[in-house]
Design a protein around this ligand. Structure first.
Ligand code: HEM
Length: 147
C-alpha cells in the first residue's frame, strides 16, 4: 500500500515538475523565437490553461498521498519530510498566484488583443514558473537525499 502511495506521489511530481521543465526550457523559447505576439500569446495562454488543470489533479494526488503517509507515521516524522512539505506548500502558493492572478490577467488581455499586457503577464508567469521549477528540484533533492 505504501509503495502504491509513493507511486501516485511520484507520478504527480513527474507531471508537475516535468511539465514546468518542458514549458520553460522547450516550449516558450521556441514559441518566442518563431511566433509573433498575436499568435504566441493565445497559444501559450491556452497551453498553460490545460497544464494548470492537469496540475490541479496532480496536486490532489501529491498532497493526498503525502498527508496519508504523514498520518500513518504519526509523531516521528523525519525532518526531510517536513522540509519537503514546507517547500511544496510554498510552491503551491506560488502556483495559486500564477493561476488566479497572472494567468487570469493574461487570458483577459489575450481576449482584448492587448499584447503588451498579455506579454507582461506571460513574463511574470515565466519567472514564477522558473522559481517553482528550481524549488521543485530542491524538493526532490531534499526528499531523495534526506530519505
Ligand atoms: C513538489 C513537491 C514534492 C516533491 C517534488 C516531492 C518528492 C518526493 C520524492 C522524490 C519522494 C520519494 C523519496 C524517497 O523515498 O526516496 C517523496 C516522498 C514523500 N513525500 Fe513528497 N514531494 C513533494 C510534496 C510532498 C507533500 C506536499 C507532502 C506532504 C503533505 C509530501 C510527503 C511525502 C512523504 C511523507 C514521503 C515519504 C513516503 C514514504 O517514504 O513512505 N511530499 N516525495
Amino acid at each position: 500500500m505504501n509503495r502504491l502511495l509513493i507511486l501516485f506521489h511520484l507520478l504527480a511530481v513527474i507531471v508537475w515538475i516535468g511539465g514546468m521543465f518542458f514549458a520553460h526550457v522547450c516550449l516558450r523559447p521556441v514559441a518566442a523565437a518563431q511566433l509573433p505576439p498575436p499568435q504566441r500569446l493565445p497559444l501559450l495562454a491556452a497551453v498553460l490553461g490545460r497544464f494548470f488543470t492537469v496540475v490541479g489533479w496532480a496536486l490532489v494526488l501529491l498532497w493526498g498521498s503525502g498527508i496519508i503517509r504523514f498520518a500513518q507515521v504519526g509523531a516521528a516524522v523525519p525532518a526531510s519530510w517536513m522540509a519537503m512539505a514546507g517547500i511544496a506548500a510554498l510552491m503551491t502558493v506560488i502556483l495559486a498566484l500564477i493561476v488566479f492572478r497572472f494567468h487570469r490577467a493574461m487570458l483577459a488581455a489575450v481576449a482584448a488583443s492587448d499584447w503588451p499586457k498579455a506579454g507582461a503577464a506571460m513574463n511574470t508567469i515565466r519567472q514564477l514558473v522558473l522559481t517553482n521549477l528550481l524549488l521543485g528540484v530542491l524538493t526532490v533533492a531534499v526528499a531523495v537525499l534526506g530519505a
